[in-house]
Every structure is written in C-alpha cells, then in structure tokens.
Design a protein around this ligand. Structure first.
Ligand code: ASP
Length: 352
C-alpha cells in the first residue's frame, strides 16, 4: 500500500483512500486509452481541494482495481486501514468504482461499529481527467462532508455513506440504479442524509450518532461469505431452486421474492425451502422491488415462508442483506443468533 502522510496541514485531517474505478482514470496520451492515474497528482487534478484548510493525505491500495473485482478481502483491508489510522484523521474518503460501491459501503457499515467519524465512499461516472467529469464535484463534496463538525467538535455524519450526484446516502441503504446518469445511486427506503447545493444541508434527524463519542469503534474483520442469492422469476425450475437452496457449500440463502415477500405457492417450492432449513441454513426473504418492505403476514404465499422458518428482511437492500449475513455469520457459528441479528436494526439498514 502506498501511503503519503505529507499533505498540507490545517484544522481537519482527511485520509483519501484510492481503490480504483472510473474516477481515478485519465486518458494516457500515448495509448489514447483510460488508465489509472498517479494519485500523488491529486492536487494537480483537483486544485480546488487545496482551497480547504484541511490536511489531506492519500493512500492507494496495492493493486488498483475495477470494482467488479472487489472481494471481501478488500473490505478487510479497508476496515483494517481505517482502524489503524483512526486516531490520526477526522474523516475518511474512499474512492471506489461505482459498480460494487453499494456492496462495499454496506460491508464497511457492519464492519465498523460505533463510528465517531465519517467514512465516505465516492467515485464517478466520468473519469476525473475528462472535461465534464462528475468526479471533481463528488470528491470535493465528500471531503467537505468528511471534515464537517458541529459546534461541539463532533463529526456531523459519523456513518459509512455514499456521496454521489449531490446526495449523501447511508451506505447500507443504497443501490446503483443507473449506469449512465450522474445520479447513479438511490436510497429508496431511507431519506438522504444530506444534499449538496449552494451549501450542504444535513438531515440531522436521520443521521446516526454514537452513544459515546469517546469510545473507540469496534472493527469486525471476520466475515463468513457462504451466502448465495436466489432471485425468483416465473418459470424457475425445482432443479435451479434446489441447487441454490440446498447447495452443500452455503450456510445462508437470500431469496429475492416478489412484492411484499411473496413466493410461488407450489408445493415443491415450499418443500425445498423446508429442506434447506432442515439442513440448517439461514434463509432470508428480501423483496426484489426497489422500494418498500417485506411483510410475510400480508399474503398466504408469504405467510407460508414465515411459518417454514424463513427470516424477514424488512426493507433491506440485497447488497445490505449480503453484507449483514457475511458480518453476522463471521461473528458466530450459531445460526439462531444470526437470525436474531437479522431481525435487529444494527446500523440503520432496516426500518423497524
Ligand atoms: N467499472 C467501474 C468500476 O466500478 C465503473 C465505475 O467506476 O463507475 O470500477
């Protein structure tokens, strides 16, 4: 990992962590192709950052990647880095590809418990070296939010967030919804934490604050990734459902159901769900709708899942559900405890 702790000095100090993605690309004049640029030149590319009276240090992960290549090991590296540098900085900004940013932000939210400082993910749809880039604005707003403090000197947003297209969203509530628009992310079930206009307007009622500002956060880096996702669709076959629900390698399965948590009422489907549960698997019901919540009491087709022992995901995103399971299963071998954790609102990821 390349680390440069010699940024300009000032009041707040921010650590910029570059993992890769479109934001860090520049056209290489020799090859006329996009290549990751050397982040030590960040102030040349975004001179506006120099106008802040902050110390901005940067570091780059050993291999800069397209976020399609993100693995839980990268999340462990990021959580470890934030843990090790926590006392030195007032906030952290993670530059990340947009494709899996919602997964990474969800994961980091569970891996950091009791945050007292902001961890802001951002990126861009157009590379930072391109004239109409959205990267500069996203980066500048992220740095400003990461450094923002209230009159008591506490961080205004001590959460893991995504800052993109003028909106600040709770990381574990987001999904990437557009592959072209500058407003690429949405948080359909949770209001945005801030909007960046002429000034940054914080939605302070929604922002989660720690119970004890003096307590160091807990960093959880153990993850159990034995989870698969079953997306229901008309025409799905018993063979496909069996492979996913009863596969020997998984400890948990997320079923992306219809609407308020409904699944086919055919007997074979329910039998396979019961078989998966009797094999000791955790089965979690999330909705494939972008907005709204699972309510397994509403329709008979949902009720049968609940009676079979399927856990309800409330209004969690699939990205959030995956990260929550990785985290909970990494903490315990006891599936009953995992199911209890799924029912709790741990980091603002569900509405209860
Ligand atoms: N493929 C890129 C990535 O996610 C896209 C982006 O950064 O917007 O790394």
């Amino acid at each position: 990992m390349k680390f440069n702790p010699d940024g300009n000095t000032g009041k707040s100090s921010i650590l910029l962590i570059y993992t890769g993605g479109t934001i860090g690309m520049k056209v290489d004049p020799a090859e006329q192709a996009l290549k990751p640029f050397d982040f030590s030149q960040i102030l040349e590319e975004v001179p506006e950052l120099g106008k802040f009276a902050y110390r901005i240090d940067y570091c780059t992960l050993d291999s800069v990647i397209d976020s399609a290549d993100i693995e839980p090991s990268t999340w462990q590296t990021l959580a470890g880095l934030i843990r090790d540098k926590y006392d030195r900085y007032d906030g952290f900004v993670i530059l990340h590809g947009t494709d899996t940013m919602a997964y990474s932000a969800s994961a980091l939210s569970f891996m950091t418990e009791g945050l007292t400082k902001p961890v802001i993910f951002t990126g861009s749809q157009l590379p930072i070296g391109v004239a109409r880039t959205d990267g500069k604005e996203n980066l500048i707003s992220s740095v400003e939010i990461a450094a923002a403090k209230d009159s008591d000197g506490h961080a205004i947003v001590p959460e893991v967030c995504i800052c993109f297209g003028n909106s600040l969203m709770r990381g574990n509530r987001t999904s990437k919804v557009n592959s072209e628009d500058f407003r690429a992310f949405r948080s359909p079930n949770c209001p945005n934490l801030a909007e960046a206009g002429i000034s940054i307007r914080y939605n302070t009622n929604i922002i989660i604050r720690p119970s004890d500002w003096d307590r160091r956060p807990a960093f959880h880096t153990s993850l159990d990734t034995r989870v698969s996702i079953l997306k229901l669709h008309p025409g799905i076959t018993p063979q496909v459902v069996r492979n996913i629900l009863c596969g020997p390698e998984t400890r948990a399965v997320i079923i992306e159901t219809y609407g308020a948590g409904n699944a086919p009422s055919r007997e074979w489907f329910l039998d396979l769900v019961k078989e998966g549960i009797s094999m000791g698997k955790v089965i979690l019901n999330v909705t494939q709708c972008l907005a709204g919540s699972v309510n397994m009491e509403l329709y008979a087709t949902g009720k049968r899942l609940k009676d079979a022992g399927v856990a309800g995901g409330y209004d969690i995103t699939t990205e959030g559900a995956l990260a929550k399971l990785f985290y909970l299963m990494g903490r315990t071998e006891d599936n009953a405890e995992v199911i209890r954790g799924l029912d709790e609102n741990l980091r603002g990821e569900i509405t209860k």
